[in-house]
Ligand binder design. Structure first.
Ligand SMILES: C[S@@+](CC[C@H](N)C(=O)[O-])C[C@H]1O[C@@H](n2cnc3c(N)ncnc32)[C@H](O)[C@@H]1O
Length: 346
């Protein structure tokens, strides 16, 4: 007898239904994409509204807007109040642009042009052993974002990273031990959300973001907005070339973008530049037991599709750290499925 995912006897009809359900994943993502792109959650922020009113405000087709909102209600993102009127559920709140913890920009990026075009080449990425982004977009993902014609997409990407960071930066900033630390560099820090959260929690810290030149202005603006400019600076550079000296490096969702050789290069550059007695904090999801339902192996497929990187298990991370002159000293959950991996220089 064949088996399903557990030891129960297989039920062909249930198995087919489960596969059908998985196959609708792409449409679910694009439904959320349309909800985000048409600002549906923002139009409903003050209360239930008819699909026709939303269409009028948004300048969209009333019939297809209604169909979208009906599908979103079936996903539990909207509530149907009768007569084509829809309201926001808790899930829908997450799609508002201005909601704390908003995932709107993340959805626009994950379901948007660059990511979706890359995913279309996914089987080939597996066959060839790496991302087909060059074929899909004409350039690797970070080179693509650096092109002036893609500035809007790049800004949205940086914003989405910041919004996503909100899920973990508080926990990570509370967990990290800043004793003896005065300078912190957020390596590939995008808008600087992580280092700025750490600076807010530790008024003695001087913080810096190192990121690509087209990204760092966003970090300066964010520091200004939070009133932290006097303790903050941003450097446009390349972490494969060098990183500024620091007592503590933050590498949040950086290593998962790169292959092992590239990760070792980034970590070795941090190791060479770190001040005496300094540390590094890597924040990543970590692959656990194989075969258990999880989010991180899906993220691994996304990394394979879009970047040159991968999600890793703890042994794989440990090997990278050892190869680049660091020792894994502590591991702790920081929320949102992420872990803090604290490294000391050896
Ligand atoms: C996945 S994002 C993570 C951003 C941020 N650490 C966070 O968790 O929100 C990767 C970041 O690495 C930056 N990056 C990519 N290549 C880089 C390079 N060669 N040197 C410096 N930064 C780079 C990107 O611009 C982007 O901001």
């Amino acid at each position: 007898m064949t088996r399903g995912t557990d030891s129960a006897p297989s039920d062909p009809a249930a198995d087919a239904a489960a596969v059908f359900e998985m196959l609708s994943g792409g449409v679910v993502v694009q439904t959320l994409h349309a909800v985000a792109a048409l600002h549906i959650a923002d139009h409903l922020a003050d209360g239930a509204v008819t699909a026709e009113e939303v269409a009028e405000r948004e300048g969209s087709d009333p019939r297809t807007t209604y169909r979208l909102m009906r599908a979103a209600a079936a996903l539990g993102v909207l509530s149907h109040e009768g007569d084509h009127r829809f309201g926001l559920t808790g899930r829908g709140q997450v799609l508002r642009a201005d909601a704390p913890g908003s995932l709107r920009s993340f959805i626009l990026v994950q379901a948007g042009h660059a990511h979706w075009q890359s995913l279309a080449h996914f089987p080939e990425a597996v066959r060839q052993g790496g991302t087909q982004t060059k074929k899909a977009l004409g350039a690797d993902i970070f080179d693509y974002f650096a092109l002036p014609e893609n500035a809007e997409e790049a800004a949205l990407f940086a914003q989405s990273m910041g919004d996503l960071s909100g899920l973990v930066t508080k926990g990570a900033a509370a967990a990290v031990d800043t004793a003896g630390v005065s300078t912190v560099v957020d390596v590939g820090g995008a808008n600087g959300d992580f280092v700025l959260a750490l600076m807010e929690a530790n008024p003695q810290l001087l913080g810096q973001v190192l990121d690509l030149p087209h990204v760092v202005n966003g970090a300066r603006q964010e520091a200004e907005k939070r009133g932290l400019s006097d303790r903050f600076s941003a450097v446009g550079g390349d972490f494969f070339t060098e990183v500024p000296a620091a007592d503590l490096y933050l590498l949040k969702t950086i290593l998962h973008d790169w292959d092992d050789t590239q990760c070792t290069a980034i970590l070795s550059n941090c190791r060479s530049a770190v001040n005496e007695g300094g540390r590094a904090l890597v924040v990543e999801m970590v692959i656990g037991e194989i075969g258990k339902p999880d989010f991180v192996t899906r993220a691994d497929m996304a990394m394979l599709s879009i970047t040159n990187g991968m999600e890793r298990d703890l042994y794989e991370y440990d090997a990278l750290f050892t190869d680049s002159g660091w020792r894994l000293a502590k591991t702790y959950p920081v929320g949102g499925g992420y872990y803090g991996l604290e490294l000391v220089a050896v």
